[in-house]
Design a protein around this ligand. Sequence first.
Ligand code: TTP
Ligand code: CA
Length: 376
Amino acid sequence: MSLGNLKDVKKIRIILHIDFDYFYAQCEELRDPSLKGKPVVVCVYSARGGDSGAVSTSNYKAREYDVRSGIPIKLAKNKLKDVPDAMFLPVDNDYYSEMSDNAMNIVRKYTQKFELVGIDEAFIEVTEKLEHDFDRAKELAMTLKMELEKELRLTCSVGIAPNKLVAKIASDFQKPDGLTLVKPEEVKPFLMNMSVGKIIGVGKKTEERLNEMGAATIGELARINIYELTKEFGKKNGTYLYNAARGIDDESVVESESITQISRINTLKKSTNVVQEMLYDLQSLCKDVHGSVIEQDFSFKSVGVMLVLDDLSIKTKSRSLKSPSTNQDELFKTAKTLLEEAVGESQLLVRRLGVKVSELVSSKGQDTLSKFMTES
Ligand code: TTP
Ligand code: CA
């Protein structure tokens, strides 16, 4: 290999885009496993009452009936009128944020270069960590997917590519539960027949205009010269489209603000509903969470427990403290009270137990709770 080529290899990045499948609806299925197999439609009901409002998302069963994000609830009900087991549920943003925190904390463990781009989406860069090896990136993605499945029972789709643009298109390529690797030499053929609407930032209007210009696919877009594109869309957007058509994108993975919560989950040796039998695990989870809080110079203002019950449904409870704390004993006592309450409210055995702290405050006194960017 010539020195020139070696320099090029060094420049090539490995970026993963992780996108959770039918996220809100998947969270609902986790909380209530009896929903599995039924069409599930998560709805944002408007203040006008009745069925006014729009669909937030739906699971893949509901998508078979063409029920998707953004359509009116009334229309969704109409499409599913002959399906008696179709379920319409209201959004529960706090719960989805909590599931997102849990999921993203797992993703974050894989690299420092982590960028949160939505409640259920993140980019990570692993170029140096994996020494420029795309095959190792595929192994890492499989391990990550397995861990998310094992720890949280969540599925996601992952795209691996030399840049953010292609990684995002790749994660969408084999949904749900997908994994798509696009090596540098595969970028061009991968994009060729893809609709121009797949390019990040190309909405309905731009897509229509591009179609009128004879570019329905990215391959066709690549045949339009830069002058024509900048004339039509302006210098910035025209250049972006010109590069995107060639799979070129230099946007870096911008490390997201610090974490919003710290949590640990354990599978109990034996499922039980006797709090006394869970105290050893609770103590050790609190010790681990506390260790991590101290290591990162945080204090916490909220404590929570999460129980995975024998039917795999999830029960969570959390409580705010009077003031931010760094005290392990306070963490344990609060978690124990929450555990007692949660167990008291459920008939089922507890299979897995989790402890989390949130509303983290850094030692500098800054509130580090960063809000997610939601698309709705
Ligand atoms: P998406 O990732 O766009 O969709 P999704 O996760 O439901 O499905 P997919 O398997 O195709 O990725 O959005 C993430 C969540 O954001 C989604 O679960 C609900 C919410 N959302 C809205 O509330 N309104 C919307 O119009 C969209 C697109 C998403
Ligand atoms: Ca998603």
